[in-house]
Design a protein. Sequence first.
Length: 211
Amino acid sequence: MKNEAAEHYFAAKPKSKTHLGMVRTHLRERYFEFLTASGVFSKNRIDPGTRLLIESMILPEEGTVLDLGCGYGAIGITAASLNPKLQVYLVDVNERAVWLARQNAKRNHIKNVKIKRGFLYAPVKNLKFDAILTNPPVSAGLETLTRIINEAPEHLKPDGTFQIVVRSKIGGKRFIHLLAEAFNNVKILARKSGYRVFITKTKKHGIQTLK
């Protein structure tokens, strides 16, 4: 399930030489510039899964949001740009990704973010969020993915949402099952180009699926 590239960007300290790049793009009808680098996921473009999550994500009117596994920060920075009332936390285990996310927050004039380095929820273990957004490191293995989902409820406020994008051929029924077990509900928020965005909400009862 793992491959060299995936282990690279999920590593805490990438071993490759740093080759910087730049992605210029529009997300939610806003222009962004993202500094990227080797050793970080999707350094040449906003990948289709990330773009689908960004274009479909549902943000609270106020409160706190977590971008888990933020990479160079596209999801969290876009969320913070769309709603300045939010406090958006960006977390990644990859030290190069965290450095890039900090540079990109400055580059895009985003101030309502806090960027932290660490594994999964450890850097924000004492916080609860109104929404958690993630394009997870699928190639890191099922154990890591399961932890991301199973530990999400304890980091959400009542009525908080967990929104995750996965490739349909990799996720599909497996993710519906994992999400339903953790939250008792799951529905498909968006689908495109072989990706699906699932959304779940705390304090619901019964399994709800949209096909």
